[in-house]
Design a binder for this molecule. Structure first.
Ligand SMILES: Nc1ncnc2c1ncn2[C@@H]1O[C@H](COP(=O)(O)OP(=O)(O)OP(=O)(O)O)[C@@H](O)[C@H]1O
Ligand SMILES: [Mg+2]
Length: 219
């Protein structure tokens, strides 16, 4: 059975596709990856994948929430890991995806609207866990600035949301913007700090889904 990672939020523009594309490319170094782009017609992940043309990434579009399970099933035999990039503002998609996933990653920035959206997601997670006990959920802080105000904002926030967070995060960096438009991922971009934070994040994700952690010692 392929491990399924769903990347979702009820709010737009929080970094779902940035996280999905980078994770897919990292995972494709060692695994066969299925990338489900459920955010059509926007199709950020599919556009990125078309530019990238990676033989280890099979892309599948998914136009409605009712097709989520079938899309994952279609990829299951061909892939080790499935990464799903969901549309914002869709409770239906979120429910369908959570029902079949091993790991839900919730990107969010240090801002009140993102916290409010995450509160709603956590309510849905609670409900979903009654039927899918496999599901693990982790917040992924994105676009963080290294400021005192940001640190203060983050302090105790995950706990207040009754959520767990990955201890690594993504900072605000142009590398992420530049990579996605070129079909690249941060490992291929000249920003060592972006690479370093993504490597740590990837290791934490791999641990959550119990897949062998990558060895970056050679690079
Ligand atoms: N860590 C980051 N640093 C700088 N820019 C970022 C970062 N993460 C995402 N971005 C930029 O923010 C914008 C929104 O990111 P992205 O498309 O990944 O969000 P999304 O949640 O998938 O949005 P949507 O809800 O529209 O699908 C993009 O322009 C992206 O390049
Ligand atoms: Mg997106």
């Amino acid at each position: 059975m392929a491990k399924i990672i769903v990347i979702a939020q009820l709010k737009g523009g929080v970094g779902k596709s940035t996280l999905a594309t980078n994770l897919a490319a990292y995972l494709a170094q060692n695994f066969r990856v299925g990338l489900i782009d459920a955010d059509l017609p926007q199709g950020t992940s599919s556009q990125w994948a078309a530019l990238r043309d990676d033989p280890n990434i099979i892309v599948l579009g998914c136009e409605s929430a009712a097709q989520v399970a079938a899309a994952a099933e279609q990829l299951d035999g061909q892939c080790d890991v499935i990464v799903m990039d969901l549309p914002p503002r869709s409770v239906k998609f979120l429910r369908e995806a959570m029902a079949i996933s091993d790991l839900l990653l919730l990107p969010l920035t240090a801002s009140a609207p993102d916290i409010w959206a995450t509160e709603s997601v956590m309510e849905l997670v609670k409900e979903c866990k009654k039927t899918n006990s496999r599901l693990t959920t982790r917040l992924v802080w994105n676009r963080l600035r290294a400021t005192r105000a940001t640190a203060d904002f983050l302090d105790g926030t995950a706990k207040a949301l009754r959520a767990k967070e990955l201890s690594s995060h993504l900072s605000l960096r142009t590398a992420y913007v530049e990579c996605i438009g070129r079909g690249l991922y941060v490992e291929e971009w000249h920003d060592p700090r972006a690479k370093a934070e993504c490597r740590v994040l990837l290791k934490q994700v791999m641990k959550q889904i119990k897949l062998k952690e990558p060895d970056f010692s050679a690079g």
